[in-house]
Design a protein around this ligand. Sequence first.
Ligand SMILES: *Cc1c(COP(=O)(O)O)cnc(C)c1O
Ligand code: SF4
Length: 452
Amino acid sequence: MTITGTKVRKPKYHAYNLHNYLEIPQVKKLPPEYREAIEIVGNVLPFKTNNYVIDHLIDWKRVPDDPMFVLTFPQKDMLTPGPFDEMAHALTQPRETIRATANRIRLTLNPHPAGQLDHNVPLFNGERLHGMQHKYRETILFFPGNGQTCHAYCSFCFRWPQFVGMHDLKFASRESQKLIEYLQAHPEINDVLFTGGDPMIMKVNHLKEYIEPLLNSNLPSLKRIRIGTKALSYWPYRFFQDDDSKELLKLFRSVTKAGKHLAIMAHFNHPVELSTPAVRRAIKALRGVGAEIRTQSPILRNINDDADAWATMWNEQVNLGCIPYYMFVVRDTGAQHFFGISLVKAWQLFRDAYQRVSGLSRTVRGPSLSTNPGKVQILGVSEIRGEKAITMRFLQGRNPDWVQRPFFAKYDEQATWLNELRPFDGEKFFFEDELERFYRENLNTPTSEDFE
Ligand SMILES: *Cc1c(COP(=O)(O)O)cnc(C)c1O
Ligand code: SF4
């Protein structure tokens, strides 16, 4: 794609974090207690934003309630009062105390360190392939070592334990060689899903190291390449105005030319992210090279717990040529007390929004929980023998045979996750014995397969 005609001022990516956020002009004007909260909470939870988010997504007149402000800036209420005061006090102490206090508080927030991902890490020729997860038969998740950070951090995200340093090109090609060998040995896999962090943080020469070998090797069973990303929302210029954007689009074009489906799994949390000229241009550029854009987001209190926002998002996505895909329930980690929503409430909001949109938007499925046994969809509240029940089904299962079988739990208005629900009848849900057998035969720790 060429940029001709009227001269466009090239926006340059500028990241802000705890070290330089006071330089943001809009932040300078905030009341001091907001800055103090950013400092205190930002020492515990991840914090990174950028000039696009600040200038085009946040409505500063609505701060502190503005959803994009809440999404990328630490807020006082993201810590409960105890830890907040502890951290406030620690900040007057030496560096070591600050770090130790932050780590202690983080551990109480149920982070999912990388070690807990072991369940789904494939074993191949006696070696654990770290950086991959193969849980559902057809799809492998691939975490490229160079894509483990993002253009900004979402305040609800606890992937920061994996936000690690950058690797070199050699590392990338070694990694992708292993992926190819694994795919050749597993013809049941049709989809490779690049995830992170955000793979679109990578320069095109890195991305090429991963994608081109997939196209150039003999992999007849690989049909689809998916890329999970929030770059359309946090840095849409990635797709048409960065120095290597042209190269990037060419790379994407080569995927579709090779006859593989290219799916951008785009993470959008709020309608405002779809409203700027830049995101629209980026969507067009991607569609122009034959990519399909599927959209997903968790439902988050204080950001998008509003049926109107969802209906608007889905409609707008369809208007722009994107395909609504998943609504997730946010897992019990990080500032859950701030973002969390009960399963029943999530279902009510989903249903309310779903009823307002036409069939073209009803490709979306949810609310869905990414749990150990699989992706569980809350189908709704029903009545069995005069007693209220929650009906669910698997959209994806560790055992594919679990998928699409309705099952029931006792009604619980407060529950926010599957493990808080009790079976409607009997002691166990239908899949539990098999799941326990799986744990015994494999590794021991529970997993988190949080992904874009
Ligand atoms: C959600 C998910 C996938 C992809 O599932 P689809 O329903 O095909 O989008 C793959 N692997 C893991 C571990 C997942 O959680
Ligand atoms: S949710 Fe995605 S984009 Fe947001 S911080 Fe986490 S990994 Fe990055």
